[in-house]
Design a protein around this ligand. Structure first.
Ligand code: DC
Length: 656
């Protein structure tokens, strides 16, 4: 099963167009579950039936088939194409009623889940109960809304009236009625999942809405990297070429004829593009020598990869096997690049021109051993690379680093959180055989706690050296989205505590400060702690704070909501128009201070990124750091970013 993206929300919020745009861009499938409910309604109207049992029977007789191609989604009932019929006013008027029947929902749930599991790389599913009921494990959940009037206007425009009279008023009434029916029915009503991201599209157009979701997919690493497969006979120099791509010498054994090796993949970067290179080992003719087949490993690589590289030894030239391989490669209908290896100079190049005969166009001359031509080849590869590829992606569980100096109670906290719910342990591929991450259920969703092996081990090992502890924290932070820094509330906040908090801030991660051992905090300690917080934690005033006692479990249920709040802030995006109207008011009331006799003018601002939110202010001159901090403070007051650092940068542009 591929990545599942759930988009729920009321009618007219822009779910369909957004979902299709995302699916198209990612080359994923698309499922409009509303269409299925409309299909059931169409059947009910056709057969003039109202009883749920009759509708379920009609669905058996004329099964619905949904074609998940986002370019042209289609719905069939039996063999009849009803794609446009289900958009009729009659269907629209009855669909809420039909979809409220639990029996009908149950029948269509089975169909939806089949379509979802059938999707290979990914699927964008839109509806009302996808994140809550149909795909509660979806890797990304979006709740897309818009004001009723904006939605009515959009629907009205879609309804291409024959006369030019607009019926916005009517559409609004009907939408409103459906909103009410859909969100108040007993069985799986329209609802936002607790771990969904809310996007209000009232002020956004389609591109902006889709971009917002795309940004989340990228940031959460839910888009697979493209895979480049290296194919060719044994001993043509594939491994040497991979070493060249990686820019280092990694121990790869040369291909040995007759030995099937697994496909090995390496992560590569060229000109800012990341991709995977897959080594296929050699493939060769079948031992009986009659038929020539492609080895299994090469065959799988061809199917999985997004770009195919055929490597030929130019000093040997193309053999029959190469011709067969070319035929196989062609069937894949993927970009193919022909590489003539072992071309060390112009004379070999002249000879290698014979490889044009393979019919794959111009051969790329390289010398994997000496590096000749490898830069040009990488340029070419990056050119044909798709944006999203078939490589394994993250599972979508939010990544939490539990950190803090020794003896603050990290492992007791981990134990009490995991409790009975500690279900799964996981390996990070390729790095170590240690089970490093733990999947823990908290507050209704599963979280990936990073490097918990480190925590447990450190608990019984009095002191690993400081250096390694810091390094391990650093690495955990890099992989995490949110850090839970555990402090011992019963003792004064230390230098080391503050250093760890600064590390989180500098890494740009969301932050929760757990004041552990709260059971040991008496009135006196509380007073001094308040003072310490004022003095030392001033710079991270925005952090979420949770007082708890890991030992007894007191307040442990406060953690999940704090994590959610922090992550929501961390991924928040402020629309440019709102940002600039806020800034305009702010500047008018408090202009930037004069510096060296000149008053810098602030022209505009934009949010450059999320995770954490990063803002860029364009000004005509330098802005004092105190004024920048003032802007950040006001930004927080206006838009609220609890739990996340916010970065504000100023770019100076000369006045025109
Ligand atoms: O998205 P749409 O307007 O085509 O959906 C039509 C109706 O189907 C909607 O009013 C409620 C119902 N529906 C549902 O109950 N559950 C879903 N997952 C999707 C749609």
């Amino acid at each position: 099963m591929g990545i599942v993206v759930a988009i729920d929300g009321p009618s007219g919020a822009g779910k369909s167009s957004t979902a299709r745009a995302i699916a198209l861009r990612a080359s994923w499938s698309y499922l409009d579950t509303g269409a299925l409910y409309r299909g059931a309604t169409w059947l009910a109207l056709r057969d003039k039936i109202v009883e749920p049992a009759q509708i379920v029977a009609a669905l058996k007789n004329s099964p619905l088939k949904f074609d998940t191609d986002p370019a042209e989604p289609k719905l069939f009932a039996g063999d009849t194409d009803i794609t446009s019929e289900i958009r009729s006013v009659a269907v629209t008027d009855h669909v809420s009623e039909v979809s409220a029947h639990p029996e009908v929902r149950k029948a269509l749930l089975v169909l939806q889940q089949k379509l979802i599991t059938g999707a290979r790389r990914g699927i964008v599913v839109e509806g009302r109960d996808i994140g809550t009921v149909v795909a509660p494990d979806a890797a990304l959940k979006i709740f897309l809304t818009a004001d009723l009037s904006a939605r009515a206007l959009r629907r009205d425009r879609e309804l291409a009236h024959t006369d030019s009279t607009s019926q916005v008023g009517e559409v609004e009434k009907s939408l409103h009625q459906r909103d009410i029916t859909d969100s108040t029915r007993a069985t799986s009503p329209l609802a936002m999942a607790p771990d969904a991201i809310a996007i209000d599209s009232t002020q956004l157009n389609l591109e902006e809405t889709a971009e917002r979701i795309w940004e989340l997919l990228k940031e959460r690493r839910l888009l697979g990297l493209p895979i480049v497969a290296l194919l060719g006979r044994p001993n043509v120099g594939k491994s040497t070429l991979i070493n060249r791509f990686l820019g280092r010498r990694e121990a790869i054994v040369e291909d040995t004829p007759g030995v099937t090796r697994d496909r090995v993949t390496y992560e590569c970067e060229w000109n800012g593009r990341d991709f995977m290179v897959m080594d296929t080992g050699g493939w060769e003719s079948k031992p009986d020598g009659i038929s020539i087949g492609v080895s299994l490993s090469a065959e799988l690589a061809m199917k999985e990869a997004d770009v195919l590289l055929l490597v030929v030894d130019s000093q040997v030239g193309a053999l029959d096997e190469d011709d067969v391989l070319v035929q196989e490669l062609r069937k894949m209908k993927k970009p193919i690049i022909l590489i003539a290896n072992k071309v060390d100079g112009p004379s070999e190049e002249a000879e290698a021109h014979g490889l044009w005969n393979l019919g794959l166009g111009e051969p790329h001359f390289v010398s994997a051993l000496h590096g000749r031509g490898s830069g040009d080849l990488l340029d070419r590869i990056v050119e044909v690379l798709p944006e999203v590829g078939g490589a394994q992606v993250q599972d979508g569980y939010r990544r939490v680093a539990l950190i803090g100096r020794p003896n603050v109670g990290k492992s007791s906290l981990l134990n009490i959180l995991a409790g009975q719910n500690r279900s799964l342990v996981d390996d990070v591929a390729g790095t170590t055989r240690d089970p490093v991450d733990e999947l823990i259920e908290l507050g209704g969703s599963i979280w990936r706690f990073i490097d918990t092996a480190g925590i447990r081990r450190r608990a019984n090992q009095q002191s690993g050296t400081d250096y390694y502890a810091t390094l391990r924290t650093q690495i955990a932070l890099e992989r995490a989205e949110v850090a839970v820094v555990v402090l011992d509330a019963s003792v004064p906040i230390s230098e080391q505590d503050l250093r760890i908090i600064t590390m989180v801030e500098e890494a740009g991660k969301a932050l929760i400060i757990v004041m552990n051992k709260w059971d040991l905090v008496d009135e006196d300690r509380q007073i001094s702690l308040d003072r310490e917080i004022d003095r030392h934690l001033d710079q991270v005033e925005w952090a979420q704070r949770v007082n708890l006692a890991a030992k007894t479990g007191w307040h442990r249920d406060r953690l999940a909501p704090a994590l959610r709040t922090a992550l929501t802030s961390w991924e928040k995006r402020i629309p440019t128009s709102r940002l600039n109207s806020f800034l305009g008011t702010l500047i008018a009331a408090t202009p930037p201070p004069v510096r060296g006799g000149k008053q810098p003018k602030i022209m505009y601002a934009t949010q450059a990124g999320i995770a954490p939110p990063r803002f860029v202010i364009f000004a005509t001159g330098f802005l004092e750091s105190s004024y920048r901090r003032f802007i950040e403070r006001r930004l927080r007051e206006e838009f609220g970013f609890p739990g996340t650092p916010v970065q504000v940068a100023v770019r100076v542009r000369e006045r025109e």
